[in-house]
Design a binder for this molecule. Sequence first.
Ligand SMILES: [Ca+2]
Ligand SMILES: [Ca+2]
Length: 58
Amino acid sequence: MAVVLPGDFNRDRVVSFLDYAPFSGAWQTIAPNYSLDDNNDVDMDDLKIFIEDWLWEK
Ligand SMILES: [Ca+2]
Ligand SMILES: [Ca+2]
């Protein structure tokens, strides 16, 4: 079963600093690729979702 982690931007199946780097680069901008709550901006709401999956492997 393929499980896609919302915060796993580079698709290596773990949410780590490799994913945080581009995420933080998009911080407080309009970046649909990094908005995890589907409202296109990157802010605290998205960070919360990101942290939930931090270092969680599937
Ligand atoms: Ca990753
Ligand atoms: Ca958002």
